[in-house]
Write a protein that binds this ligand. Structure first.
Ligand SMILES: [Zn+2]
Length: 122
């Protein structure tokens, strides 16, 4: 992999990490406000609980994304960034540009998605 490409991916991943941290922080304080709001009389318990659930799902989603971004940065440093975790082939630069934190090549990601979408089709 070309050094210039690696550098640009690193820059992208670092800014993704920052953005995710910012957004996680904002959501965490929103989540806390919701939990506090739960104790007042006017709020509808069910609505608050639904909002809480939605927010916490979003939080988990972004936390997982942050973990992936950080491990991609680790792989960049270790020198095996851009190698598919499944088949070991290099991941295309276009794919990495679109999804810098990915660990699978296009073919393997597609296979996995298919497995997730249709687990009971047999
Ligand atoms: Zn692969």
């Amino acid at each position: 992999m070309r050094n210039r490409f690696k550098k640009s991916m690193q820059k992208k991943l670092v800014s993704m990490e920052k953005e995710l941290l910012r957004s996680l922080e904002a959501q965490q304080s929103e989540y806390q406000e919701l939990t506090l709001a739960d104790r007042t009389e006017e709020t509808d318990d069910a609505t608050v609980r639904n909002e809480e659930r939605a927010l916490s799902a979003l939080l988990h989603h972004e936390e997982r994304r942050l973990t992936r971004v950080r491990s991609a940065l680790g792989r960049l440093v270790a020198g095996h960034y851009g190698i598919c975790a499944d088949c070991g082939n290099p991941i295309g630069e276009d794919r990495l540009k679109a999804q810098p934190e990915t660990i699978f090549c296009y073919g393997c990601a597609k296979k996995r998605q298919g497995n997730i979408r249709a687990p009971h089709l047999s």
